[in-house]
Design a protein around this ligand. Sequence first.
Ligand code: HEM
Length: 125
Amino acid sequence: MNSSLLLRVSVALLVLGMCLGIGMGMTQNFILAPAHAHLNLVGFVLPFLAGLYYRAVPEGGRGALATTQAWLAIIGGILFPIGIAAAVGLGPQYEVLAIVGSLVVFVAALLFAVIVFRTSSARFA
Ligand code: HEM
């Protein structure tokens, strides 16, 4: 359940991130490059890796901790790039969104670290 959520949402964000990259290339306007980079890396790579880990080690993906981790990774993976885009595109008053998004991503990473430390010695299914 958590792994499907992470895998599906992250590939959707990858497609969005690539569309943004293509849009930047077409318009030759690279102001949103940091938002594009973070959408692809924090929105796709990190949640996708967590989804793969939960597939490889199913006990890691079970329970409230993994569910919390998955939702924080998704919320942060969306909010952080939006905050960056708003801050560079609309003005520094939107930096707070990027800051909150980055902290959400960080907490998700901390939870993921706890889960990996707890479960990575489990035998592969
Ligand atoms: C259709 C696929 C993609 C297109 C068309 C695309 C396009 C672009 C463009 C136009 C730039 C700005 C280059 C510049 O500032 O001169 C860029 C930067 C970047 N892209 Fe992509 N990209 C794609 C996929 C990805 C993916 C999958 C990732 C990561 C997983 C990624 C990570 C980055 C990074 C890290 C930067 C540098 C951002 C910065 O300098 O602030 N891109 N991309």
